[in-house]
Each structure stands twice: as structure tokens, then as C-alpha cells.
Design a protein around this ligand. Sequence first.
Ligand code: RTP
Ligand code: MG
Length: 155
Amino acid sequence: CEKDLDTEERTFVAIKPDGVQRKLIGEIVARFEKKGLKLVGCKLIQPSRKLAEKHYAEHKGKPFYEGLLDFITSGPVFAMVWEGKEVVSTSRSLIGLTDPKKSPMNTIRGDFGIDVGRNTIHGSDSVESAQREIKLWFSKNELITSSITIEKWIN
Ligand code: RTP
Ligand code: MG
């Protein structure tokens, strides 16, 4: 029962500066690992304004846009790529709703935040966004390739 390794879905997840400063990296990575997802790349990076603008291009012109850029560039971000079955939607479920106050308990945002502008973590909202964001934040050689991560007995 060989897996279809080349079509495995991937998503981009980033712990925002508030989450890093509050020492939540370990706790958050643990939740993704325990869910059964596979880490294929990660790095601590303080994004440039240019990277942040590209990442949040869809929000350009909205009232919260400039503040969002100020925040996301304010300190180190823990950027990750996760792989697994329906990993985009699975990750969004682990993360919860945009507003931490409305996000249910046992979701990352529901458990760790209060403010919509300090909501701990980002996760791609679609497979297309994930592909765009992974390319934006990572070069190919920073990501583990399928051939060296064959794990037969977990999905
Ligand atoms: P993200 O992109 O950061 O993962 O968050 P999301 O998909 O849940 O939400 P999105 O609509 O993409 O918004 C991006 C980020 O902008 C901030 N925001 N503030 N009304 C507001 O003040 C407001 N709305 C959105 C949030 O920090 C959100 O994560
Ligand atoms: Mg979004």
C-alpha cells in the first residue's frame, strides 16, 4: 500500500510575534504533531515589510491593514509547512476563528488569545493560498522532500 507521495497536501502555518513572545511555539507544534500532521519545514524569521505586504496582499486597503503589517513585522515569526490529509482545513480547525473571543475553547486562538489583532497564529485559508504562501516564505531546499520522509504507517 504505497502512498501517493507527490500529491500530499501542504499548508503554511506561522506563529505570529505575540505567540513567539509568549513562548507558545512548543505547545502549538505539539498540537499539530498530535493531530497526526507532518512537519516538512520550519524557521524563525522576522519578516520584511515587503514579505508581509505580499503575504497579506488580499487585505490591502482595509482599515486594519497597516496595523496588521506593523504587527507581523514587529518580531520573529515561527514559519512552518505542514503536510497531511486535508491539511489546509485540518489546520484551520486546530487554529479556530479569526477573532479569539469568538473562537471555541480547545482551538489555538480560543485558548490563547483575546484580541483579533493579536491572534497568535496564521494558517492558509485554501489549497491555492497555501501554495502561494509556501513559495513566498520558503525556498525549495528548506523543505523536506517526499523521498526522505516515507513513513508507511501514519497518514
Ligand atoms: P490569518 O490570515 O492571519 O490566518 O487570519 P484569518 O485568515 O483568520 O483572517 P483574515 O480575514 O485573513 O485576516 C487577517 C488578519 O487580519 C486581522 N484582522 N483584523 N476586524 C479586524 O480588526 C480584523 N480583521 C482581521 C487578524 O489579525 C487576522 O488574523
Ligand atoms: Mg487569512
